[in-house]
Design a protein around this ligand. Structure first.
Ligand code: PAF
Length: 272
């Protein structure tokens, strides 16, 4: 991978990088398309990173289909797919952790301790191997994108981090590899995240400014839907992710909801 990247760089070509954990879907394809529009070559990595899964999370059950993924990347016109195994990324003696002080202390970081250390560490390593000019991340994982932007800035990595909009199913469910865990009734319930976000946006457009009132109303909607358990619903500052009590400028509304055993996340910007 390093050789491939060095050769391209030496010949003056630019590289866009799309890191993934595989089981690709149209959301990932949109990141690859964005990469193609921004650089001469696109590299995709597929690596299910063990260090970003907690002890009670779904690492061993995480969906995998390498043949299908490679076919999709070939059709998408990707130039190279990097498929390391865990021993190559974390060889014996590996001991570095990349950890941010504040951004992980919000949203998903509260219920997934250590998750963003795992993400920041593996992304640092992947960026070091692939050495792209640009790296593309989906806005569905808004906190991840904010953390990677901050890390790349803090550590002067000199890579342009690009966010790409959430890709949704026809009924609004944000695309995710984890959607395949949902039974058909849970799949119907799962639309409640986006419905609640849209209803919240409407409340803000109708003049509601109390973040507590908006999140209460979203929670009430979601609680009515079968098999849902709310992890968090937050209205926060889009840069710092600190809670915002009064909506008097653009804010991020973000949520994590378990549908059955599957934890889904979604978010939307609300602008008064
Ligand atoms: O978003 C993901 O798929 C993962 O968190 C990432 C960025 C590939 C790191 O493992």
């Amino acid at each position: 991978m390093r050789g491939f990247s060095s050769d391209l760089r030496r010949s003056g070509k630019t590289i866009a990088f799309v890191p993934t954990m595989g089981f690709l879907h149209p959301g990932h394809l949109s990141l690859m398309e964005k990469g193609k529009s921004l650089a001469d070559h696109v590299v995709v990595s597929i690596f299910i990173n063990p260090t970003q899964f907690g002890p009670n999370e779904d690492l061993s059950a995480y969906p995998k289909d390498e043949t299908r993924d490679l076919e999709m990347t070939r059709k998408a016109g990707v130039d190279a797919v990097f498929l390391p195994d865990a021993n190559q990324i974390y060889p014996e003696g590996f001991q570095t952790v990349v950890s941010l002080k504040f951004l992980p202390g919000h949203l998903c970081g509260l219920s997934r301790p250590g998750h963003f250390d795992g993400v920041a560490t593996v992304v640092t390593k992947l960026l070091g191997i692939v050495r792209p000019h640009k790296a593309i991340f989906g806005e569905k994982d808004y906190q991840q994108l904010a953390i990677i932007r901050q890390m790349v800035k803090d550590l002067e990595m000199g890579i342009d981090i690009v966010g790409a909009p959430i890709v949704r199913e026809a009924d609004g469910l944000a695309m995710s590899s984890r959607n395949m865990y949902l039974t058909s009734s849970q799949r119907q319930s799962a639309t409640c995240l986006y419905q609640a976000l849209l209803a919240s946006r409407q409340l803000v457009q109708d003049g509601e400014t109390s973040a507590a009132a908006i999140t209460r109303s979203a929670a009430a909607r979601i609680t009515m839907v079968p098999e849902t358990t709310i992890d968090y619903i937050t209205i926060c500052d889009p840069q710092t992710l600190d809670d915002v009590p009064v909506v008097n400028g653009p804010v991020l509304m973000a949520m994590a909801v378990k549908v059955g055993k599957t934890r889904l996340i979604d978010n939307l910007m609300l602008t008064p």
